[in-house]
Design a protein around this ligand. Structure first.
Ligand SMILES: [Zn+2]
Length: 76
């Protein structure tokens, strides 16, 4: 009888070098729209650089765009 024992080969695990980053879900975009009847009022100003659709963060003295970093100071 021939008893051939096959060596157990350890399956090499793929190296964890690249971990895919989870993209942030932009759930806050929809909440910025205030739909009143047929009118859509903008709660925040939009970015002048990025165009409509890119809202700017409302700070106490300025608006900042989180997309391009544009800052617009509030005028009193
Ligand atoms: Zn912008």
């Amino acid at each position: 009888m021939s008893s051939v024992k096959k060596p157990t080969v350890d399956a090499k695990k793929p190296e964890k070098g690249k971990q895919e980053k989870k993209q942030k879900s932009e759930k806050t975009v929809n909440s910025m729209f205030k739909v009143e009847g047929e009118k859509i009022t903008r709660a925040r100003p939009t970015c002048e650089r990025c165009g409509p659709g890119y809202f700017m963060a409302d700070h106490h003295d300025r608006y900042t765009c989180g997309h391009c970093g544009f800052t617009r100071y509030k005028q009193k």
